[in-house]
Write a protein that binds this ligand. Structure first.
Ligand code: HEC
Length: 222
């Protein structure tokens, strides 16, 4: 279900952005009559795309373990502001508002890609988070693992490992061995991305951390 919604969401976003870009290009090229005709003829698609984009977006925000994280809130604000400025900009034939709308969409896309309001990449954030635990002290293993997990894994597996967003396996009930888990992290599996930027010792840290989620409940994985 999540994945279908994700694809539909991406599709509506792409169509919406293409429509907006076409209008902004007409506006910048001073083709006002053409712009008014184009806007009129694509009005139904425009309204349909915005509606679907919002419905799928709200569902995903509700399902995603990071749907209410600070960076997500900033993303929603940028998107809504972009939609409003886009509508006003095209209606009032204002180039600056229309360009501002495009920039806001670009920014929101950047947040989606990085999960960070400064658009700082995951790998850099993991590296910085690990700087708080210099060396390889055994007693800091769980803290190192948690630091990695919070930056890289939370968005699918959630705080307690059981979010199962985007078909992520439930880490709290899985019967897999540490070796199987480490291999899934290192090489990826189906929709699980591979983390080849983590060292074997960092993977062991994060496996130790996810093992703290373990509950006795029966596995709910396929
Ligand atoms: C994009 C979503 C996503 C992210 C991000 C993600 N995972 Fe996964 N993870 C999955 C999916 C989906 C599966 C199930 C793979 C399959 O179907 O075989 C999975 C499976 C796993 C498994 C295998 C479980 C088992 O019982 O064999 C482990 C362990 C795991 N993930 C740990 C992590 C860790 C640690 C991170 C962060 C470094 C992480 N995952 C990031 C989606 C994700």
């Amino acid at each position: 279900m999540d994945i279908g919604f994700l694809h539909l969401h991406h599709f509506t976003v792409v169509i919406y952005i293409l429509l907006l870009l076409a209008k902004v290009i007409l506006l910048l090229a001073n083709q006002k009559n053409l712009l008014i005709t184009f806007s009129g003829k694509t009005r139904v698609i425009h309204i349909g795309m915005v509606t679907l984009m919002l419905i799928t977006g709200i569902y995903l925000a509700y399902r995603s373990p990071v749907g209410t994280a600070d960076f997500s809130i900033v993303k929603y604000i940028a998107l809504l502001l972009g939609i409003v400025l886009g509508i006003i900009g095209i209606k009032k034939l204002s180039r600056s508002l229309a360009i501002a709308a495009i920039l806001l969409f670009g920014y929101a896309y950047g947040i989606s890609m990085t999960n960070n309001i400064f658009l700082k990449g995951e790998q850099t954030r993991v590296k910085q988070a690990l700087e708080n635990f210099p060396g390889n002290l055994e007693e800091q293993r769980l803290e190192r693992g948690k630091a990695i997990y919070q930056e890289a894994c939370l968005q699918c597996h959630g705080e307690k490992g059981d979010a199962q967003f985007q078909k992520a396996w439930n880490l709290a009930t899985t019967p897999s061995s540490d070796n199987v888990k480490a291999a899934a992290i290192k090489y990826g599996r189906n929709r699980m991305p591979r983390y080849d930027y983590l060292t074997d010792s960092q993977i062991a840290d994060v496996v130790a951390y996810i093992n703290t989620f373990k509950t006795d409940a029966k596995s709910s994985n396929p």
